[in-house]
Unconditional design. Sequence first.
Length: 413
Amino acid sequence: LLGILVAPLLVEVLFFRWSPDKQAITITLVRILFPMTGVLVISAWALTILNSHRRFFISYVAPVLWNVSMIAAMVGGFMYLDLGERDLVVALGWGALVGGALQLMFQVPFVLKYRTGLRISVGRHVEGLKEAIQNFIPVVTARGVINLSGWLDLFLAALLVDGAVAVLGYAQAFYMLPISLFGISVAASELPELSRMRVEEEQVLASRVSTALRRVSFFVIPSAAVYLVLGDVVVAAVFQTGAFGSVETLVTWGVLGAYAIGLPASASSRVLSSAFYALRDTKTPAKIAYIRIVVSIVIGLLLMIPLDDLGFVQLRLGAAGLALGASAGAWLEYVLLRRSLRVMIGAHGPGSSAVLRVMLAATLAVGSGVLLQLNLPVAHPIVLGLAILIPAGLVYVATAAFLGEKLSDRVRR
């Protein structure tokens, strides 16, 4: 309720350079999305209950309803209600709210199987409440550092030329995809298992963390390679239509490539943070997350103005400077987390041989994609994207399997 009431003030402070029209629609969206956030918080609670009982499939199928609801709102508004661009954005917001409610409703029956007699309480003596409150800010900081860093990047991008916020937002959408699909999902599935282990089982913990890091690397390293080398193909396939032309595609690719440099570190850090939580240490990841944010902002500020003045075709690359700052902060966070965790559980990591195999396979895959890009005839961006990315993906899986990467065999099967 507070968020709904202060929405105008928030928008005016955060996006003061926007036109009154833009601010008005943003206020409407904020007032819709605050209740959605509340629903999703309860849904996240349900997700943790299901995860703790190893019901991962239910946890990660439920969000599909959220996405389907948003897609249905957009398609329905455009095709059947003939809504304009402004009304479509509002429809998307309502779709997100309804989708959040559907997501929670889908989870509740499964949660009740494990939590019979569930009742709401405002008592202060509930078991674990004090510990949860103490851990709240450190965990939110460490878990949400990527989102917080992205939000700060958007705020700084608002100080740049028109279009910088939009370009950064497009690039962040791609950047978050592999982190959500692989980094966060692997971390979420590992946390219950790691939590069941004793601190004394250092070798078992280290082995489990190393396996999780290898799984993340297998998917995230090729994702980063594609974003760096074939990012124009990816961006064009998704966004290039109407007012979003080839120039916007190139600039978004530049920002996405800068984010891609830190992608493996950001995704792997989610696993490392989960290891700390399993060891009941929430403060170390939080402290390191604060350092990451500061470093990201400082480097981003130092780079965004020079790159914005440098210029690139018709748009400027100040947003890429912010993305480079985020990548530098991500790698620093990864190194500090690894170093701190080594003190607690000993040597761990994805393994240099496994990383080299994945990097070689990713290099050959994107190389094949570049060859296809240079030789295929001009076609619609979506058609071209499929014609390049699908074969490149197959080359990656086949090459990784040939090089002895066991996870590749599982994916192929």
